[in-house]
Design a protein around this ligand. Structure first.
Ligand code: SAM
Ligand code: SF4
Length: 496
């Protein structure tokens, strides 16, 4: 038996799935979801407004309510739904948009997903795993030149990038401090997107400072899942993946921020949206809190993955924005992420449908932040990006429309995670801390990294935000202003 085969043989712990099943079944019942969709009728205006009022109160919708919203065709009502989605975003997250960068650690993978450039059978992929020295260099570029404070570290599923490697890579990233004119640049929050893991491994990731743990189900539809993830591969176990987040939220791991998602384009988007809500509801009821984030990857071209073009379920731009709006209405408290897979135009629109987080200056080639020749290389990356704007451009774009880029990473370091953050989000009080920290970190970023043009527009947003804090939070203003002055005088990484 090769070492990779032996590694695969021992990964899945059946007892860490079975404990969550009910009557031997998982919580995604395909026929029931289709019944929910098909039995719903387009609601009257009055009924639709009743549902929207519930979303605006930051309450999770029921599947029946979401199914009704999916049926809405009336253009006036769709407009109202979009306006409500934006109102919820502003109520819960204010005008903040959190940014991050993806950092791909390795392209080896034991799986064979039909849509992915890293799949085992892609023989033309140039495979590589970053050494700790290379990770240090990548981090120096991200934290020292571009100015990122948070990253999502992405790993293929392979013994070369198993949990010990993941933990060591996280320690390496947190250790990097790049001297700047004032203070230093460093990564303050590492989120991880990696394969499902057993509880023991998840605990190790928590202990080295994990932010959010992300696993996307790709498709919740059992039969489609089985077709796209060949039998005999680790990823073919639907339930091991489905309960990855339940395991992560077991009290013994210590993790309480988890991110779910669907790879849109693999199956009917109406089914997937309903399934995401069922996932959130099951997490809420069994583990006490729902997902910290929902991600919306949409199928992109990838080397030697012709399925991407063959799928009959590719999602149009119009439906994609609708999907985002429906999730903002159905799971109103959750953070929502659209990545640079999408074009700049779609990402701008997505903000008005409820998105709260976006990556910037992204590069997917392994090692390409520090070694890059500026070109996307198909054989070196998982798929091709739609938006290659720099962080500076993105910050400027947001600022022009009144949104503030948040570099705040205080949440998990001062205990505002999990249940605590959910209660703050639901009650609209989260903004009290997060707005202040967003403004403080924005000033820090403008001083350290902004181009003159971005700084000029950014300082106008600062002025507006400072006035708003003075008016709306007079009690917090004094201490906030004291911290702001300290940052302007060169202190770094202060948070309230
Ligand atoms: N290997 C781990 C896994 O599959 O869970 C994590 C890393 S994988 C590189 C991260 C995500 O990329 C996958 O969960 C999938 O949703 C997304 N992805 C894969 N192929 C894609 C494609 N062609 N277009 C867009 N996203 C894709
Ligand atoms: Fe591997 Fe993840 Fe790509 Fe599937 S999606 S081939 S598991 S890297």
């Amino acid at each position: 038996m090769s070492s990779a085969t032996a590694w695969i043989a021992n990964r899945i712990k059946r007892d860490q799935i079975d404990k969550y099943l009910e009557g031997g079944r998982d919580f995604i019942q395909d026929e029931k979801i289709w019944d929910e969709i098909n039995s719903a009728r387009e609601p009257s205006k009055e009924r639709a407004r009743e549902i929207l009022a519930k979303s605006l109160e930051v309450q999770t919708l029921t599947p029946a309510e979401l199914a009704e919203l999916i049926q809405v065709r009336d253009p006036e009502m769709i407009r109202e739904m979009r306006e409500t989605a934006l109102k919820i975003k502003l109520k819960v997250y204010d005008s903040r948009i959190v940014t991050f960068a993806p950092l791909y650690m390795g392209s080896y993978c034991v799986n064979n997903c039909a849509y992915c450039g890293f799949k085992r059978e892609n023989e033309t992929a140039r495979r590589r795993v970053l050494s700790m020295e290379e990770i240090r260099r990548e981090t120096e570029s991200l934290a020292g030149s571009i100015g990122h404070k948070r990253i999502i570290a992405v790993y293929g599923e392979h013994p070369l990038t198993g949990v010990d490697y993941i933990a060591e890579s996280m320690r390496t990233i947190y250790d990097v401090k790049v001297p700047l004119g004032k203070g230093h640049g460093n990564i303050r929050r590492i989120n991880v997107n990696a394969a499902p893991m057993p509880v023991e491994e998840l605990k190790l990731l928590h202990d080295v400072g994990l932010g959010t743990y992300q696993v996307f189900q790709e498709t919740y539809h059992h039969e489609t899942y089985a077709r796209l993830h060949p039998k005999g591969t680790l990823k073919s176990d639907y339930q091991w993946r489905l309960y990855a987040m339940h395991r992560a939220m077991e009290p013994e791991t210590g993790i309480d921020d988890v991110g779910i998602g669907v790879l849109f384009g693999l199956y009917d988007w109406r089914f997937e949206v309903m399934a995401l809500l069922h996932h959130a509801i099951d997490l809420e009821s069994k583990m006490g809190i729902g997902p910290h984030t929902v991600s919306f990857p949409r199928l992109e071209p990838a080397l030697n993955a012709p399925y991407v073009f063959q799928s009959p379920y590719r999602v149009s731009d119009q439906d994609f924005l609708k999907v985002i709006m429906l999730i903002r209405l159905a799971i109103p408290y959750t953070g929502m992420i659209v990545t640079a897979r999408e074009t700049a135009d779609i990402r701008r629109e997505a903000i008005y449908h409820g998105i709260t987080q976006m990556d910037a200056s992204s590069k997917l080639g392994i090692g390409s932040y520090s070694e890059d020749d500026g070109i996307q290389q198909e054989d070196r990356q998982q798929f091709i990006l739609g938006d290659t704007r720099s962080l500076d451009e993105l910050v400027r774009d947001f600022a022009k429309t009144g949104f503030i880029t948040s570099f705040c990473t205080a949440g998990y370091r001062c205990g505002r995670t999990g249940k605590c953050i959910m209660e703050l989000l639901r009650s609209g009080r989260e903004g009290k801390f997060c707005k202040l920290n967003a403004v403080l970190t924005f000033q820090e970023w403008l001083d350290d990294f902004a181009s003159p043009e971005t700084r000029e527009i950014g300082m106008k947003v600062m002025e507006k935000e400072i006035n708003e804090i003075r008016e709306k939070n007079p009690n917090g203003f004094k201490i906030f202003y004291e911290f702001l002055e300290r940052i302007r005088n060169g202190e770094r990484d202060l948070f309230l």
